[in-house]
Ligand binder design. Structure first.
Ligand code: HEC
Ligand code: HEC
Length: 762
């Protein structure tokens, strides 16, 4: 849809207005304007030419710089630097047809001041567009549920006081009771352990872990499990992948071949994993991804955090040859869309071409944010202390110098091709190789952002960079701050933007995150549209619970691990996924959470579990990306390459999101190719063989082997009927025509791994 709109915008953009971009007026110019010019305009002109008085005689308003430059019926009122061509000056001189003010002529000294001001380039800080703002009733706009401040509500009273284990449960139960419903029974211990283990680590519980939990009679047995899982490094691997969906993480580009792949993208992925394992406070987690490089002053080893900037540093890049300005605008849009929906749950990007049609976001606010990113550039930053980076640069100098010499010589010798020249080139090449060998190994680099020249943008009218409208000073969204948010003044403004987003007074940031975490635990958010908290998004099913969690999340230091504990230790989470007839009929979508949702594993958890159960999983941690299809790749899926250009077939087949845009949730498709993969793919068959070999080695007879396989794959003992069936099959006579080169045990293991019970979690 977006591209269709761009075409429309292109067609409309034939009338190209002069560029209105101006350097920030210098202080001296502004002082002159404030003392000599503004008073004259206000006193002598506004009564007939101002949005504030509602008068625009000759279609001219004089209360913003943009309006002056645009002018009225006759054209621009002012041409900066050129009084002769400025209609305004002609008008106040009273020496032509147009005489302003109409009745009295301004004193000569005043006319001279106006002239001088135009000569100075007409410096003018009044660059707000009152007209655009006045369309939105900000007070009313801020009354929308998601823009209201987060308030901790009173705990509701419930009839069944014995059910709730936590405050969360009281909110859930109160809603159910109001509908005449009641939660289902609690899940059994095996189910609960399997659920929690998959949920927090993306892997199944081991038979030992199951055994320990089943034999722990202490009242806090499950709390201990939750703590153990939160402490395991696999927690970060699992939850980083959730965040990477939001961050549209990928290591290359779909739209251009002109840039090299981001070979060190994995440093951002590993940064996210480490941050989650360390329970980095979410506000800091947000700030670092926007502005880690600008926060280093306060942190001795801040350089380690530079990888966080991959959130933007790995963003989309577009092909720049045909229409560079538009490609650059598309890149800005990628940053704004990911920032807006990812952190704020707002579709700010809808305000790129027109004021947002549903939410209080004027185009000017879009370009206020765009200006921040326009003032930045992509940069590879070394992740070492400055002294080390300097040493590296010094050590690298001889190589660069030799390289330069060689290139020069090659250029000079190109046409001549003398024997002597060829010899010298050969010599230089050898020298360069030698230098390269003794040069230090490359530094770890972060694909990041860095500040460039700070620049305010003008609104791109209809999204067209060639047609510029009102100035859009760099500052935060108005609906989330005052009517006149302070301008960003430090460099690009990235740090100020980060602080505005991660502020505890921002009503969206904590709500959006708490809702995401809820959705990742339950399969559905309290708000069903995790990246859209605007008019077109869904309303929360439990607004008070959402606020209660958001408020306490912030009180508890923005700790994600606190939030996980809060969720997992609730009675709500610990319910069975078996619906009773009444609640199934009354609440088929389970919006009121009177039971747990049965969930399908995401492709990562599914593939990782196949490897874990077969005993093949390589648990090594972090480091460079590996291609998923590389022979013998047995690492967790989070470490596999993610491409925008050509997504791996397995990932695509099992609903991995398109990394070109931020993704709010996984879709779930069921297509025949998935079953074919299970039947035929060498990977799947390989795991079946490995599982058969594993239980063959671990147990002495088929009965024990079948039992072990059930425990490994499903976390439960085989029933008598299942055991009988298995033994009958395993003891059967082989029909060579059915064998596919697999033994009975291997085929049996393949069937076990292919069952729905393996793929679904109750
Ligand atoms: C009493 C009302 C009134 C006041 C005060 C006034 N103007 Fe005007 N202005 C007009 C009207 C009406 C027009 C439309 C053209 C005309 O009728 O001459 C106009 C037109 C203009 C235009 C030309 C617009 C165009 O593009 O055609 C300029 C420039 C202008 N005014 C500048 C000024 C300035 C500068 C001041 C103050 C120093 C001023 N005016 C004060 C009424 C006023
Ligand atoms: C690339 C430019 C562009 C972007 C981005 C864009 N639009 Fe539009 N949109 C247009 C144009 C052009 C029109 C038709 C002219 C108009 O109504 O301003 C339009 C019209 C609309 C209309 C019809 C308005 C009416 O009054 O009939 C709606 C609704 C709308 N857009 C919603 C959205 C939403 C929601 C988004 C974000 C998901 C969005 N637009 C993003 C360019 C864009």
């Amino acid at each position: 849809m977006r591209y269709a709109f761009l075409l429309v915008a292109c067609a409309v953009a034939l009338l190209v207005a002069p560029s209105l971009r101006a350097a920030d007026p210098d202080t001296k110019g502004v002082e002159f304007f404030e003392s000599k010019v503004r008073p004259v305009l206000v006193e002598q002109c506004y009564k007939c030419h101002s949005a504030q008085t509602g008068k625009a005689r000759g279609n001219l308003t004089l209360d913003t710089r943009a309006a002056l430059l645009k002018g009225g019926d006759t054209g621009p009122a002012v041409v900066p630097g050129n009084p002769e061509k400025s209609l305004l000056i002609a008008a106040v001189r009273h020496d032509g047809d147009l005489k302003m003010p109409p009745k009295t002529k301004l004193p000569d000294a005043v006319v001279k001041d106006l002239r001088r001001w135009v000569e100075m380039g007409a410096p003018d800080p009044r660059d707000r567009a009152p007209a655009a703002v006045s369309n939105i009733d900000w007070t009313k706009a801020r009354g929308f549920w998601s823009f209201r401040p987060v308030r901790k509500p009173a705990l509701p009273s419930v009839k069944d006081a014995s059910w709730p284990k936590s405050d969360t449960d009281r909110f859930i139960l109160a809603r159910l009771e109001a509908e005449g419903l009641h939660p289902v029974a609690a899940a059994d211990r095996r189910t609960l352990l399997r659920r929690a283990t998959f949920d927090l680590t993306g892997l199944p519980p081991t038979p030992d872990e199951i055994d320990t939990f089943l034999h722990d009679d202490s009242p806090d047995a499950f709390a201990k499990v939750v703590d153990r899982l939160l402490k395991s490094p696999q927690y970060g691997e699992r939850w980083a992948r959730h965040w990477l969906d939001v961050a549209r993480y990928a290591e290359d580009q779909a739209h251009t071949f002109a840039v090299k792949p981001n070979t060190e993208a994995f440093r951002y992925r590993d940064w996210v994993i480490d941050a989650l394992n360390a329970d980095m406070p979410y506000d800091l987690f947000v700030k670092r991804q926007i502005a880690a490089d600008l926060m280093e002053g306060n942190e001795p080893d801040g350089y380690k955090q530079r990888a966080a900037l991959g959130f933007f540093g790995l963003g989309a890049q577009y092909y720049k040859n045909s229409d560079a300005a538009r490609a650059a605008a598309d890149e800005l849009d990628d940053r704004i869309d990911t920032l807006g929906r990812g952190f704020l749950g707002l579709t700010v990007s809808c305000a790129r071409c027109h004021d947002h049609k549903f939410d209080p976001i004027p185009t000017q606010d879009y370009y206020s944010l765009a200006g921040v990113f326009y003032s930045c550039k992509l940069a590879d930053l070394p992740m070492v202390p400055k002294a080390e980076a300097d040493r590296y640069a010094d050590a690298k100098k001889p190589v660069l110098e030799a390289d330069r010499k060689l290139k020069e010589l090659e250029k000079a010798e190109k046409s001549k091709a003398t024997t002597e020249g060829k010899e010298r080139i050969k010599g230089l090449k050898a020298e360069l190789e030698k230098l390269k060998k003794s040069a230090p190994p490359p530094l770890p680099m972060a694909h990041a952002l860095a500040d460039a020249t700070a620049t305010d943008l003008h609104v791109y009218v209809r999204g067209n960079p060639a047609q510029q409208g009102d100035l859009a000073p760099r500052r935060f969204l108005r609906v989330l701050s005052g009517a006149e948010p302070p301008r960003f003044t430090k460099g690009s403004g990235r740090l100020e933007l980060a602080e505005a987003i991660a502020s505890k007074d921002n009503p969206l940031t904590a709500r959006v995150l708490v809702n995401r975490v809820w959705a990742w635990h339950f399969g559905r958010g309290l708000v069903g549209t995790p990246s859209n908290f605007g008019q077109l998004g869904e309303r929360p099913t439990h607004p008070e619970l959402l606020d209660d969690l958001a408020a306490r999340f912030v009180e508890n230091g923005w700790s994600l691990k606190w939030l996980h504990r809060e969720v997992l230790l609730s009675a709500t989470y610990q319910q069975s996924s078996e619906a009773n007839v009444k609640s199934q009929a009354a609440d088929p979508d389970n919006r009121l959470l009177g039971r747990m949702n049965r969930r399908r594993l995401e492709v990562e958890a599914w593939r990782d579990s196949l490897l874990a159960v077969s005993g093949q999983l390589d648990r090594s941690f972090g480091g460079p990306t590996v291609d998923l299809n590389a022979g013998q790749n047995r690492r967790r899926t989070v470490y596999c390459k993610v491409s925008r250009h050509e997504l791996n077939g397995l990932l695509r087949l099992f609903d991995f999101p398109d990394a070109n845009i931020t993704s709010e949730r996984r879709t779930e498709t069921t297509v025949p190719q998935q079953q074919l993969f299970v039947l035929n793919s060498p990977f799947f068959v390989g795991q079946a063989k490995a599982l058969a070999a594993r239980v063959g080695a671990e147990e002495r007879d088929d009965t024990a082997r079948v039992r072990r396989a059930y425990l490994l794959a499903y976390g439960r003992p085989a029933t008598d009927a299942e055991l009988l069936l298995a033994l009958r099959y395993l003891g059967g006579k082989d029909d060579p025509s059915e064998r596919n080169g697999l033994t009975r045990w291997e085929r049996y293991a393949q069937a076990l791994l292919a069952m729905n019970e393996f793929l679904y979690v109750d």
